[in-house]
Structures are given as C-alpha cells and as structure tokens.
Design a protein around this ligand. Sequence first.
Ligand code: HEC
Length: 181
Amino acid sequence: MTRKMRCGLGTGLVLVAVAGVIAIHHAGILQAAPPFGQSEDLAYASKLWQALEHNDLVGDHAIFAMPYTAGVHQKVLMMLGRKIEVDGHTGTVLVKKMYQGEDISVEKVINNPQRNLAIVAVMFQRQAGYDPDHHNWFYVRFDNEGKPTAPMGVPFAGRVPKCISCHQAAPGNDFIYSFTR
Ligand code: HEC
C-alpha cells in the first residue's frame, strides 16, 4: 500500500515537471512571436475590412478620390482618410489603394476602379495603449478582397515593424506621409 502511494506520488511529480517544461516552452514561443500576423491581429483585420466596406472605403460602391501616378514602377495610387468605428472604437483610418499592372494608368483606374486594384494598405489608429511608442497605429496590407497579404511569410496585420520603421520617418512625427491633420 505504502509502496503504491509512493509510486503514485512519483508519477504525479513527473507529470508536474513535464507540464512545467511545456509551460516554459510555450512561454518561449509566445515571447518569440512577432507583434503582428497573430490570430488576434487577423480577427481585428477582418473587422477593420468590414468597417471599410460599411463606410464605402472599399468595394464596388467605394468613394472615389483622384488617383495619381507614383514614381516607382507602373503604379497608380489613391488615398482616402476619415474616422470610422471598429469594434466599438472610433479612430482615424487611412487607406492607400495601389493599382498595378503593366499598362496601368490614371485613365484606366478612373474608367474601372476595381480592375487592377492590387493592394489596399491601411492604417487605423486604435485606442491609447495599443502601441503607445508609435501612435497606436494598426497596419494591414490587404489584397483586393480583404485578405492580409504575407509578403515575408507572416501576414502583414498589426504592429508590423516594416511599416512602422518607414512611417516613423514621416514629417510631422505623426507617422503619416500624405495627410496633414
Ligand atoms: C519604404 C517606406 C514605406 C514602407 C515600408 C511602408 N510605407 Fe506606407 N507610405 C510610405 C510613403 C512614402 C507614403 C506616401 C504615399 C506614397 O508615396 O506611397 C505612404 C503612405 C501610406 C498610407 C497613406 C497614409 C500616409 O501615411 O500617407 C498608408 C495607409 C500606408 N502607407 C500604409 C502602409 C502599410 C500598411 C505598410 C506596411 C505593410 C506601409 N505603409 C509600409 C512609405 C512606406
């Protein structure tokens, strides 16, 4: 009887030890996870895309702004900005639509805004505390159907270092290049 109990206790201790190792290992993975492209970022990106549709910033009935050519490659841009509500928080959203394709031109975009729309780059200013060192912007690089793209493997949605590092250099220290607020 005593022997059996001791044996049981021993197994229990081993189990606790194994659980500890798994927990430490798991914490290690969490620590190493990038601050973007995680399931909560993708869930938020999906809500953001719905809000963009709801506010006619994307989709067939989207508000139209004057497109313009950007220097590099064959690329036409269109920029939109306003305040929208996402998940109970109202904040500024900035939308940069990027039209690509060999023969892309401003005329083509005007004639058919949905065609050749390649990328919808979005910045949404979330609540204070989301990313206090970088003005709380949430970044997403959507394809034309609202799916975050993953040019480097991890979906670009959230506190994306690549977006932040370049926008940090924008004049006015507000992370915004083309709008003055
Ligand atoms: C290499 C620098 C650079 C990187 C990296 C970059 N941007 Fe930008 N972004 C710009 C510049 C410059 C503009 C101004 C318009 C233009 O010339 O394209 C801009 C404009 C924008 C705008 C319109 C608001 C504004 O600031 O003018 C949005 C939205 C945007 N970028 C989102 C993103 C997202 C999302 C990412 C990451 C996936 C990203 N950007 C990565 C340089 C960058």
